[in-house]
Design a protein around this ligand. Structure first.
Ligand code: AMP
Ligand code: MG
Length: 312
């Protein structure tokens, strides 16, 4: 059911959950200071309780209410990238319910860049908002994706298609090494160029014991099997779904989508294509192999999501 902003405020205040638009993906929002409401999001999603949530805020003052011993870098990063797709992991204040952080002493916080959701948070206060898919299906980037997953079970604030289409970059600021736990639109290079802060990436062998429990799960998978395509074929099989990005390939068919070097549009459409392919009962999705990371800032995050969709 699509609802108004007024209704969303009312539902959140009464301890209910509402799906909300953000520039990354849609989130399943609850009052961050209402443990019972937050619990409903875990139950509805089927999310493992050990996977903590990101708290969404609309002002810097709200950050002070959630985190303590905030390093100076956090202010610089927030000033540069908020509102935007960068989540900061900080030491939590005791007032943040344990269910939000899955018992961790840290809390993940970000200020989303979406006018409707900012208005909502201004009126409700901080909201937890995991991606609004059922655990196991791709993150929703349109209101109708939530209706597909939940039918009338979840009320949706419709804010149009998510502009970025991939989940936020998660940056840990609680240990001396500033480390990206989940890659996203904001890259290590952008952070260092714009703020002078040096950040590293979580290496593959420590991912299994990641400080970001969510990165241990393969929750970016469609039902169809996903494969890398080393070379774009001359002709396309009707029974398979294709996602291409090469500049010199322009095909538009129900099952073949080419982005001609536009990686923003490619990322924005990725989960939508996963869902469409499932909806149309394709059993295989072929994705053209991505170029080197230096080719575009989104390649690192796209590789991360696609590697998860493809492996295991
Ligand atoms: P989602 O809400 O589905 O986009 O997932 C949120 C991501 O943020 C998951 O990968 C979580 O593991 C991560 N996250 C949330 N809180 C923390 C935290 N306190 N420390 C590290 N990672 C976190
Ligand atoms: Mg998710």
């Amino acid at each position: 059911m699509i609802i108004s902003l007024e209704k969303a405020v009312e539902l959140i205040r009464s301890g209910d959950v509402v799906a909300i638009p953000t520039e990354t993906v849609y989130g399943l929002a609850a009052d961050a200071f209402h443990p019972e409401a937050v619990k409903k999001t875990f139950t509805l999603k089927g999310r493992p309780p050990e996977n903590p949530l990101i708290v969404h805020i609309s002002s810097f003052e709200q950050l002070e209410g959630l985190a303590e011993s905030i390093p100076e870098e956090a202010h610089r990063l927030a000033e540069t990238f908020w509102p935007g797709p960068l989540t900061l992991v900080l030491n939590k204040k005791p007032v943040v319910p344990d269910i939000v952080t899955a018992g961790l002493p840290t809390v993940a916080v970000r200020m989303p860049d979406h006018p409707l959701t900012c208005k909502l948070i201004e009126r409700t206060g901080p909201l937890t908002a995991p991606s609004a898919n059922r655990s196991g299906s791709p993150s929703p980037t349109r209101a109708r994706h939530i209706l597909e997953d939940y039918q009338s079970e979840v009320a949706v604030l419709d804010g149009g298609q998510s502009e970025i289409g991939l989940e936020s970059t998660v940056l840990d600021l609680t240990s001396s090494e500033r480390c990206i736990l989940r890659p996203g639109f904001i890259t290590a290079e952008m952070i260092s160029t714009k703020t002078g802060i040096r950040v590293t990436h979580q290496t593959e062998n420590i991912k299994q014991n990641s400080k970001s429990p969510g990165t241990r799960y393969t929750h970016y998978k469609p039902k169809a099997l996903v494969f890398w395509l080393d070379e774009v074929p001359k002709s396309f099989e009707d029974k398979s779904y294709y996602l291409l990005h090469s500049k010199n390939i322009s095909v538009s068919q129900k099952n073949v989508h080419s982005y001609e070097g536009n990686f923003h549009a490619f990322a924005r459409g990725l989960y939508d294509h996963f869902r469409t392919a499932d909806h149309l009962s394709y059993s295989q999705i072929f994705v053209e192999k991505l170029p080197e990371e230096s080719a575009h800032p989104l390649i690192f995050a796209l590789k991360d999501r696609l590697d998860r969709a493809i492996s295991s």
